[in-house]
Design a protein around this ligand. Structure first.
Ligand SMILES: Nc1ncnc2c1ncn2[C@@H]1O[C@H](COP(=O)(O)OP(=O)(O)OP(=O)(O)O)[C@@H](O)[C@H]1O
Ligand SMILES: [Mg+2]
Length: 316
């Protein structure tokens, strides 16, 4: 029996957006997002992420190219798809003088959906805002506001959720909490389209990542595929070893680098830690301890884009 291919929830074909006739914000990009995955569009400030997302959401028109959502060309209108799509805009701010339950009820009414008190409670519980039910939005922290924004995007019980930089400006703890909220949504069977400029966020959350820079897509795949693409392989680190042995280890055919009292061996693709260890044992090379270091998406990205990082954020 042929294996069932996952449904394409979003298809973007040769999408281009030019502002004022001169600013090419999005430059002929194509990609697909499949059902029940977390897809992360990753890129530095100004890469074109929000523009791309807003065109898919139907909030901006494309200059050229086509976008399909649930198989429907967005040029034909998204009216009957609206309820299937949830959106957390990059600049989300709740109304100051509404409490979280009131805010959700207000938007539910806009969607023509009646939410019971129980529905509202479940949604607030899901995003971890139960304790803040009685606070005015103006008194919520930045992280709590983002969580309220995510709850809002879920009001219509959508299948496809767009989260534009959901964790920007949040501290590490708030960010991790939101990561668990986002993963639990995927586990419930929702498709998540995430934009971020946090590499760790993409690596932790995303099933597939597309890297965007200056309007172009420069790489796409699972985090592991991207790491492999730039030649990133794991490193085996021998601690407490006589560094004079680096030469002889190299002579055995391994790529080595000596540092203080340790020797690092870069694995080639296909080479396993087990193979290396059995060769070293055979050659009676002694060491006190060993560990392995896996290359990160961050290293792959920096190679691909030639950007640098400040506090985990991308700076071109
Ligand atoms: N309405 C607009 N008019 C003119 N230029 C615009 C407009 N919106 C976006 N741009 C430009 O298009 C480019 C892409 O912007 P966009 O907001 O899509 O980037 P982004 O990847 O979301 O960045 P960030 O990480 O800062 O949110 C930028 O150079 C931006 O200045
Ligand atoms: Mg943006």
């Amino acid at each position: 029996m042929a294996s069932q291919r996952p449904e394409k929830v979003v298809s973007v074909r040769d999408l281009t957006k030019v502002f004022n006739g001169t600013i090419v914000a999005v430059n002929e990009i194509s990609f697909d997002v499949y059902e029940k995955e977390i897809f992360a569009l990753l890129g530095p400030n100004g890469a074109g992420k929000t523009t791309t997302v807003e065109i898919i959401e139907g909030l901006q028109d494309a200059t050229d190219g086509e976008v399909f959502v649930f198989g429907r060309n967005t040029k034909k209108g998204l009216r009957d798809m609206r309820a299937r799509m949830g959106v957390l805009p990059q600049e989300f701010e709740p109304f100051d003088l509404l409490k979280p339950p009131e805010f959700l009820e207000y938007f539910a009414r806009l969607f023509g959906r009646k939410m019971t008190e129980g529905d509202v409670d479940d949604l607030l519980e899901l995003v971890g805002l139960t304790e803040r039910k009685k606070s005015l939005s103006v008194h919520l922290s930045g992280g709590e506001k983002k969580r309220l924004g995510i709850a809002l995007s879920l009001v219509s019980n959508p299948d496809l959720i767009f989260l534009d930089e959901p964790t920007t400006g949040l501290d590490a703890q708030a960010r991790r909490h939101l990561w668990s909220v986002i993963s639990s949504l995927r586990d419930e069977g929702k498709t998540i389209f995430l934009t971020t400029h946090y590499l760790e966020e993409a690596e932790v959350l995303a099933d597939r990542v597309a890297i965007m820079n200056r309007g172009k897509l420069i790489a796409m795949g699972t985090p592991e595929e991207l790491i492999e693409k730039v030649g990133g392989t794991s490193t085996l680190i021998l601690e407490g070893v006589d560094t004079d042995l680096a030469g002889p280890i190299q002579a055995l055919g391994f790529r080595t680098r000596a540092r203080k009292d340790r020797i690092e061996i870069r694995l080639r693709s296909g080479e396993t830690v087990k193979d290396i260890l059995s060769t070293l044992t055979l050659q009676k090379i002694h060491f006190k301890d060993l560990r392995t270091r896996r290359p990160t998406l961050e290293e792959a990205f920096l190679k691909l884009v030639g950007a640098r990082l400040e506090g985990g954020e991308l700076i071109e």
